[in-house]
Design a protein around this ligand. Structure first.
Ligand SMILES: C[S@@+](CC[C@H](N)C(=O)[O-])C[C@H]1O[C@@H](n2cnc3c(N)ncnc32)[C@H](O)[C@@H]1O
Length: 303
């Protein structure tokens, strides 16, 4: 039954003839690919009902929330965001509320909270279990892991977790650590691109917009152990995670990323031989995902 439902959701997104979004949803701005959103929509129709809700962490201006809610008008769609990122002018909450009323989506519940606080108070947010869960909030390793662990007590027996931005190696690491430590959960689908869409050439960006945006992992709760086991790829070298311990005890950790450009500037003044290219490791000025070579890796456990 679980496998059949997952297959239905997966294959309904592989042909280009799947229905396009309504013009209202098409007009919304946000950070997500078309296949990504269609997958969310088809999973919602299969895993959300009167007893199970759709929940997402990371709403931004409501693209994924509205796209999903519009497909399940009779069932609850909960969006959790504390508007910590991408909201300098503090207008995202208002944008979401305007969109919700314009689209007449009575089923949307917006929760303006940090995800940790929200899950600690989850019984006051909804009395339903989670049927479909989108993790698209903060991307540091701990937050990725906590988004999975804090939500776990509320996930329905038959439920699916979709994780965005899996091009990032630390996101994949958190997913892998979760999967290994919770064998009842299985990775059923993964797809990546070699770089964040903002660092891709024009034609590749278009593919990402039509596809999976910045990499995706789909995880299903599989209590009867019917799905095969697979894990997202990660690096062998764990020194960054080990050094995290030191990072917690250094002075002024909040300024550490600001030091590197200063060192760069001083070193170029002194005509030093040591001139790192930029403040980040990787080919780009920012948003390095460390997903080179993963483009060909498009796995699913359902074929
Ligand atoms: C990439 S955006 C989400 C994109 C969105 N799903 C869409 O469809 O466009 C990430 C969001 O996570 C939110 N966020 C970051 N840290 C958070 C936290 N600790 N708790 C809740 N939301 C958080 C940010 O405010 C931001 O709106």
């Amino acid at each position: 039954m679980l496998t059949e439902k997952l297959k239905q959701a997966y294959f309904s997104n592989q042909d280009n003839d799947t229905p396009a979004f309504s013009p209202e949803i098409k007009a919304l701005s946000g950070f997500s690919g078309v296949k990504f959103m269609k997958t969310l929509q088809s999973l919602a129709k299969l895993f959300v009902d009167e007893e199970k809700s759709y929940v997402e962490v990371g709403v931004f201006q409501g693209l994924t929330l509205m796209a999903v809610a519009s497909e399940i008008p009779d069932f609850e769609a909960v969006g959790i965001d504390n508007f910590a990122f991408f909201d300098k002018e503090k207008r995202n909450q208002k944008i979401i509320e305007e969109r919700r009323s314009k689209l007449k989506l009575e089923n949307v519940k917006l929760v303006n909270m940090d995800y940790e606080d929200a899950f600690l108070d989850f019984a006051n947010i909804t009395d339903k279990k989670i049927g479909l869960y989108l993790v698209d909030g903060p991307h540091d390793y701990r937050s990725q892991m906590m988004c999975l662990l804090y939500a776990k007590p509320f996930l329905a027996d038959e439920s699916v977790i979709v994780i965005d931005d899996c091009n990032y190696k630390h996101v994949r690491q958190a997913n892998r650590d979760f999967l290994i430590s919770h064998p009842e959960y299985k990775l059923v689908f993964e797809s990546y691109t070699e770089a964040h869409p903002n660092n891709q050439s024009a034609n590749v960006v278009q593919q990402s917009r039509e596809g999976w945006w910045n990499g995706i992992n789909v995880i299903a709760r599989d209590p009867n152990n019917v799905l095969s086991t697979m894990y997202p790829p990660v690096e062998q070298d764990k020194s960054l995670f080990v050094n995290d311990h030191t990072m917690h005890s250094i002075r002024y950790p909040e300024y550490i990323t600001k030091f590197i450009p200063i060192i760069n500037t001083i070193s170029s003044f002194m005509n030093s031989k040591w001139k790192p290219k930029n403040e980040f490791i990787g080919d780009f000025d920012k948003l390095n995902t460390h997903s080179k070579g993963l483009k060909e890796r498009l796995n699913n456990a359902l074929d």
